[in-house]
Design a protein around this ligand. Structure first.
Ligand SMILES: Nc1nc2c(ncn2[C@@H]2O[C@H](COP(=O)(O)OP(=O)(O)O)[C@@H](O)[C@H]2O)c(=O)[nH]1
Ligand SMILES: [Mg+2]
Length: 329
């Protein structure tokens, strides 16, 4: 396992920068809320429906477990919750008590990650964000959205097209860079992602960029190649970051593929020390329960969520807001 926060970074992050990348707009809150609504219906709505005119029996608890699993709360997490529910079923006579119990359970799972939920940006140094994840998860789109955010906050942004596997991937990223107004470093003639990332970091040093966003390819079919590639990338980043620069490695996960994506995520976790997760396509996904699994079983904070395909469709994750939205009637 590599230490992604490497020797060049001043200290391990975790402290949220006083200067957040962008002030939250009023729309941000409703964005997360709207995106979580489908998951809320698929968990809380269904459970309330179950309980309407009956008491909490073991059969009902089994059904609750199934509902949780279907919403992509992982098996271990769902079982742990329902085991505790079995122990306390006599105290939880009505739907409201049960909702409070679930709310408490979810809060307990997410609270330890509350401080880590925010993407760290440290003013005055170069902030490098390496973006990893399987193909189609939404890496390139996320980079475009994040670039847009930082640019709007007045930051100088360089984007490096480290996905050299598909030519179309580079073009797509360049379009996003143009839309956001970020500097773009493409692959040119090379097929070597490490070389592109080397160039991007050089460009970032030359123009004294505040932010460097590095895209990567996510071909899991060849796990060894992928790991080898990421190791090389890691080495180049370490060499290319100026003194004091800080690095975050963000895993992009597709909320609609839930548990499957998570299994694949292990590969990245084995290779890179991840600082957090970006959960994309939460809009319309009924599987937002995966956020609980990410915390409980992967010990990772969700930092941001994608709630659509547009430039502005990126929201900061906030555990309290997420839980409130889940339980909203
Ligand atoms: N609805 C929705 N679609 C998204 C979101 N993020 C990405 N996508 C779509 O998912 C597809 C794959 O995204 P892309 O960024 O190319 O994935 P990559 O292969 O990981 O770089 C594209 O069609 C995106 O428009 C999101 O938050 N919501
Ligand atoms: Mg891509």
């Amino acid at each position: 396992m590599f230490n992604w926060f490497g020797k060049k970074s001043a200290e391990r992050p975790g402290v949220v920068a006083p200067e957040a990348p962008v002030a939250e707009s009023a729309g941000a809150l409703s964005g997360l809320r709207a995106a979580v609504a489908t998951t809320g219906k698929s968990i809380v709505g269904k459970i309330v429906g179950l309980l309407k005119d009956s008491t909490l029996t073991d059969d009902l608890i089994d059904e609750i477990e199934e509902i949780l699993i279907r919403a992509d709360v992982g098996l271990d997490t769902a079982t742990a919750i329902t085991n505790r529910l079995r122990q306390r079923k006599h105290e939880l006579g009505n739907p409201e008590d049960l909702m409070n119990f679930l709310k408490q359970e979810f809060t307990q799972i997410l609270t330890p990650y509350e401080r880590a939920n925010q993407l760290v940006y440290q003013p005055g140094v170069m902030n490098v964000y390496l973006v990893v994840g399987v193909n189609g998860a939404g890496k390139t789109t996320f980079i475009g959205k994040l670039a847009n955010r930082f640019i709007k906050a007045g930051k100088k942004v360089v984007i490096g097209a480290g996905d050299t596997f598909r030519a179309a991937a580079e073009e797509q990223l360049e379009v996003w860079a143009q839309r956001a107004g970020a500097s773009f470093v493409g692959a040119g003639n090379t097929k070597d992602p490490a070389a592109v990332i080397f160039d991007a970091l050089k460009q970032a040093r030359d123009i004294q960029a505040d932010v460097v966003l590095l895209d990567t390819a996510g071909r899991l079919q060849n796990k060894l190649n992928l790991m080898e590639e990421l190791r090389k990338v890691r080495k180049v980043i370490d060499q290319g970051m100026p003194e004091g620069a800080r690095l975050e490695a963000l895993l992009v996960l597709d909320a609609t593929t839930g548990q499957n994506a998570l299994k694949q995520a292990r590969v990245f976790q084995e290779t890179v020390e991840l600082s957090g997760v970006v959960l994309t396509k939460l809009d319309g996904s009924a599987k937002g329960g995966v956020i609980l699994t990410i915390a409980q079983e992967y010990k990772l904070p969700v930092k941001m969520v994608g709630v659509g395909e547009g430039l502005e469709d990126l929201k900061d994750f906030n555990a309290r807001e997420f839980i409130d939205a889940l339980f909203e009637k």
